[in-house]
Design a protein around this ligand. Structure first.
Ligand code: FAD
Length: 279
């Protein structure tokens, strides 16, 4: 593997013991790919702040460089400062800084920092250069953005606030990634923009996620997945082929690495990386 094409892996905090055991099994298998780091989501799926911290510690114990995600929506500066200090004490050097989404039922209290760019500014004010700060990028535009142009402006603002690199939302169209990178470069952004890769394992789940996060499943892909019906094994095998081809296209086109949304499973990410001869 070229050192320029590092991979990173994303996990979410498990909700119960069985899920935790599955995560440990998956993580141990995936470590064979020598990821540059693993990241752990924050607040997703009803998990708590301590769920992220505990999972990060578990990943560190497995010998990984672990990067917690941190979202600012609904939080105070004081709380965010405490979290950052605790991570620093734990030896964490990388944070994925996000706005996040207010969970339904939390009312309208958006907290003190309203956008990820504010969080990046806060991290730099509070912790100086201690953390390598990753931010999110949206090749197909964030679903709430007023326009592709304003979404790019807001991405540029995150980098200007001090982000060191970016991970994209997943997509199934490499051209959207290349177009985004080109437009960001034209605006003077020179940090790495790493494509986020979603292995295809479950059609229903993928359709639900994609609607929520604004990732387009192309018509041909939707139709092919529909044809497989409940045949999970065929969906997985087809998914590995499709995603491997897209990853190859991304790497050939200059992507600096790949960030896999593992959904705490190992099989598809392993198969894709093996086909790409990564790790
Ligand atoms: P921002 O960059 O703040 O953008 C959010 C929206 O606001 C965009 O539409 C943007 O155009 C707009 N905007 C930004 N700045 C301004 C401004 N100054 N004025 C007006 N509009 C503005 N969610 C979780 O809950 N937990 C996670 O762990 C998590 N991990 C993620 C990891 C990655 C790699 C990605 C791509 C997403 C992740 N998400 C996670 C989802 C993310 O929290 C949502 O997409 C959220 O809606 C936006 O977060 P952001 O950091 O991109 O926000």
């Amino acid at each position: 593997m070229s050192s320029k094409q590092a991979i990173s892996l994303e996990f979410f905090p498990p909700r119960d013991i069985a899920a935790q055991e599955k995560l440990v099994r998956s993580a141990k298998q995936l470590l064979a790919l020598h990821p540059e780091y693993v990241s752990v989501t924050f607040g997703a799926g009803g998990s708590t702040r301590s769920g992220t911290a505990d999972t990060v510690r578990m990943m560190q114990n497995l010998g990984c460089d672990a990067a917690p995600h941190l979202s600012c929506i609904g939080a105070t500066r004081a709380t965010l400062g405490e979290i950052l200090d605790a991570y620093r004490e734990q030896g964490i050097r990388r944070i994925v800084a996000l706005r996040g989404d207010l969970p339904s039922g939390m009312g309208g209290d958006a907290g003190e920092l309203h956008y990820a760019s504010h969080l990046v500014e806060f991290i730099r004010e509070h912790s100086g250069d201690w953390f390598h700060v990753e931010v999110a990028a949206y090749p197909e535009s964030h679903p709430q953005s007023a326009s592709a142009q304003s979404d790019l402006d807001h991405f540029v603002a995150k980098v200007q606030a001090g982000a060191n690199s970016a991970i994209t939302q997943y997509f199934f169209n490499a051209d959207a990634y290349f177009d985004f990178v080109e437009r960001a470069r034209a605006r003077g952004v020179d940090v790495p923009i790493v494509p986020g890769i979603m292995p295809i394992t479950n059609h229903t789940q993928l359709a639900r996620f994609s609607t929520m996060c604004g990732a387009e499943i192309p018509r041909w892909l939707k139709l092919r997945l529909t044809d497989f019906g409940d045949d999970k094994a065929s969906i997985k095998a087809f998914g590995v082929d499709v995603i491997t081809r897209m990853c190859q296209q991304l790497l050939d086109g200059g992507a600096p690495g790949l960030h896999f949304y593992t959904l705490n499973g190992a099989e598809s990410t392993m198969a894709i990386c093996r086909q790409l001869r990564l790790g």
